[in-house]
Design a protein around this ligand. Structure first.
Ligand code: SAM
Length: 288
């Protein structure tokens, strides 16, 4: 069978089923075998792997993953794609398609029931309107995921990978890098999709830390401090933290910053994750 990624086959399937692309569901199907290989290589898929794919579309990437992996569970929201997926993937016994909204799925339960309890890899060409919520769901809900290798909008990949004191560095960079090491796999031009999206894309690999890299006394306080520091980008760290509800007076925040060895005139966007961790641990002691 010719690969589903061939533009000709993709067009034939779309026509055969009279499938109408939904812009609001972020439906841009990949039509390039080379990029699919890059995604699979980036995910370092081997024959023992359990994989979750979000949004299989017509099954192009799913089929290639299933050539190597032990099992793939593909979660697709669009019921119009389900009969197509039965057609394109029906001959595979290591693929299970679930017709659900990934944001409503209890992923830990899914991993327990259908993916051998994990660890799993998340491999996907993500719908761009919910890229960040999907990735953060996997990370914050402590899904046992070792690698997240996904196609995202280029700007989002740049923010996830960004270092302190750059224009792209923000709360998303800290949130992702708190949990993962980040590698850019490849850029992907618009022309390799049907229909073409309005934005350029990047395949990014997030490798989750095997054990927590940062020693935090209170994770939710850490994220509160990060959010406060980036809420007003032009303010100094002292003013940003003072105008946020951290239950500390300006004087107390001055003391905290001094104790953390952070100049109060610095801007939040210059702080490394280590510094945010240290700062939030000191604040934790103060508000006790
Ligand atoms: N994997 C296919 C490919 O690479 O050609 C399709 C990728 S397309 C960018 C995104 C897919 O995610 C679509 O099939 C879309 O219907 C699906 N999708 C959108 N929102 C979803 C959600 N909340 N839960 C699960 N799937 C979703």
């Amino acid at each position: 069978m010719e690969k589903l990624s061939s533009p000709k086959i993709t067009k034939e399937i779309v026509q055969k089923y009279n499938f109408k692309f939904s812009k609001s569901l972020g439906q841009n199907f990949l039509i390039d075998a080379n990029i699919i290989n890059r995604i699979i290589e980036g995910a370092r898929i081997s024959d023992g792997d359990y994989v979750i794919e979000v949004g299989p579309g017509i099954g192009t990437l799913t089929r290639e993953i299933s050539n190597i992996a032990k099992k793939v569970v593909a979660v697709e929201i669009d019921k119009n794609l389900i009969p197509i997926l039965k057609d394109t993937l029906g001959d595979r016994d290591n693929i299970e398609v679930i017709n659900e909204d990934i944001l409503k799925v209890d992923v830990n339960k899914l991993v327990e029931e259908k993916l051998n309890g994990g660890p799993v890899k998340l491999v996907a060409n993500l719908p761009y309107y919910i890229t960040t919520p999907i990735i953060m769901k996997f990370l914050e809900e402590d899904v046992p995921v070792s690698d997240i290798v996904v196609m995202v909008q280029k700007e989002v990949a740049d923010r996830m990978k960004a270092n302190p004191s750059t224009k792209d560095y923000g709360a998303l960079s800290v949130a992702v890098q708190y949990y993962c090491d980040v590698d850019i796999i490849t850029k992907v031009p618009k022309t390799l999709f049907i229909p073409q999206p309005n934005v350029e894309s990047t395949v990014i690999a997030l490798r989750t830390h095997k054990s927590p890299k940062y020693n935090l006394k209170d994770k939710s306080l850490f994220f509160k401090v990060v959010k406060a520091s980036f809420a007003k980008r032009r303010k100094t760290i002292l003013n940003a933290l003072s105008s946020y509800d951290l239950k500390l007076s300006k004087e107390e925040i001055k003391d905290v910053l001094k104790e953390a060895g952070i100049d109060e005139k610095r801007r939040g966007e210059t702080l490394s994750i280590d510094e945010f961790a240290h700062l939030s641990n000191i604040i934790y002691e103060k508000v006790l």
